[in-house]
Design a binder for this molecule. Structure first.
Ligand code: ADP
Length: 418
């Protein structure tokens, strides 16, 4: 699926860049042809002007006589060696041929346009028909032509260069497109893999309690003489498993819904000193910390931040229940609230089992458990820290951890003070 999308992206990238490239190459080619033609036209015009300047006209007995003897090429002199004129023709004012040099033309003038490109196989010619005047009257037409060989050769060379470089550039563009689409697809691929793993982990976690419920219900149904106490135990097991399933589904829904920053309507002023005192006093924490010592260290002033009190309480509760879960009886847990210049820190430090260094980068991932067997015994599915991190991030803060196996861990919530 991803490779097909990557190929499609590359194809579209190459196609669009290729079209732009070909368009630019065509524009350059067209511009160069125009430049070359203009160059030839300037040369032609210059030659025609020089020739026209040497035409002598005089009136004798009320009749005009034209003398072309001094006109270069058309006159008595042989054409200079550097002259590249293919032909030169002189037509009368009525368009009748009078004198010519080069190939025999038609008797009557053909061209009307001043400049014309003519195909005289195998080469192309550029022809100029210049009306020559005297005292405001047209006395005749001078028609000359030069070959476009130089321009043709230059343009052909340019075309050859383009035919070679355009496909090479297109190849390079498609390679760059392939690399870029790979980079663009990476986050999508990661998100997809993440989602796939999350879905399969979630299904896996739901399957175990479902199997317990099913087996208890089936055994209960198969033995009609199930004694009252046994029946009660089975029903209790079903209820307990359903409760944990309910918690798991609630957690999953929370993770799915609470993505990104907090909704503005759910933000209120929270006094963190009060919030921490309330959290510690909840029956959940009190029962979890039954055999432990809790130390609450608060600053004198009540620190206020803007946020969602319920969510923050849930994040702190998750960290605290973990600290209680993974600390041996008689251990100590410190809960500290530290106010700094532009931020506030909530630290939860325990003297528990600690987390191996190799696991530290992963513990905030969904469904990640350091030691699956031991954690399962403690009833966790590996979502508590992911939820806490998501809540802290929604408040614009960071959740970090430092830990040493056998010594304990310090989880720290850092929140901006705005
Ligand atoms: P769970 O709900 O399974 O505890 P969490 O996401 O809360 O999942 O924690 C992930 C893993 O991090 C746990 O499996 C546990 O091994 C480890 N962990 C979390 N907090 C602590 C702690 N305070 N001390 C030691 N290990 C911890």
């Amino acid at each position: 699926m991803f490779n097909r999308s990557r190929r499609d992206l590359t194809r579209w990238f190459t196609l669009s860049m290729g079209s732009i490239l070909i368009l630019f190459a065509s524009i350059i080619y067209y511009q160069r042809s125009i430049d070359r033609l203009e160059e030839s036209d300037r040369l032609l015009y210059h030659k025609a002007r020089v020739m026209a300047a040497n035409i002598d006209s005089e009136w004798r007995q009320g009749k005009e006589h034209l003398a072309l003897n001094n006109v270069p090429i058309l006159g008595n002199y042989p054409p200079p060696a550097d002259s590249n004129l293919v032909y030169a023709r002189w037509y009368s004012a009525r368009g009748t041929l009078h004198q010519f040099y080069g190939q025999q033309p038609t008797d009557q003038i053909q061209a009307i346009a001043a400049f014309e490109t003519i195909q005289a196989k195998p080469k192309w010619l550029r022809q100029l028909t210049l009306p020559v005047g005297d005292n405001g009257r047209t006395i005749g037409y001078l028609q000359i032509a030069i070959p476009l060989t130089n321009a043709q050769v230059a343009l052909r060379e340019m075309l050859t260069a383009m035919v070679i470089t355009v496909p090479l550039t297109l190849g390079a563009v498609s390679w760059v497109g392939w690399l870029l689409s790979g980079i663009a697809m990476k986050p999508v691929r990661n998100a997809y893999t993440h989602l796939q793993r999350f879905t399969s982990d979630a299904s896996h976690e739901l399957r175990a309690p479902l199997a317990t419920i099913l087996s208890n219900a089936q055994v209960g149904l198969l033995s009609p003489v199930d004694a009252g106490k046994l029946k009660h135990i089975r029903l209790e097991k079903i209820a307990e498993t359903a409760k944990s399933m309910n918690q798991l589904v609630t957690d999953l829904l929370f993770l799915a819904r609470q993505e990104g920053r907090l909704d503005a309507n759910s933000i209120q002023l929270i006094h963190l000193n009060d919030l921490l005192k309330e959290t510690i006093a909840t029956p959940l924490i009190q029962s979890a910390a039954k055999h432990l010592t809790l130390h609450l260290e608060l600053p004198e002033e009540n620190i206020g931040i803007n946020g969602n009190a319920d969510l923050l309480q849930q994040a702190i509760t998750n960290l605290l229940t973990n600290a209680c879960k993974y600390t041996m009886p008689e251990g100590t847990i410190w809960i500290r609230l530290i106010s700094q210049y532009h931020r506030v820190l909530i630290q939860i430090e325990d003297t528990g089992i600690g987390i191996p260094e190799t696991d530290l980068p992963h513990i905030f991932e969904r469904f990640y458990r350091v030691d699956e067997e031991r954690t399962r015994e403690k009833g966790g599915v590996g979502l508590g820290l992911a939820i806490a991190q998501q809540i802290v991030a929604a408040h614009g803060g960071y959740l970090t951890v430092r830990s040493q196996v056998g010594k304990g861990s310090i989880f720290q919530i850092e929140l901006p003070l705005i």
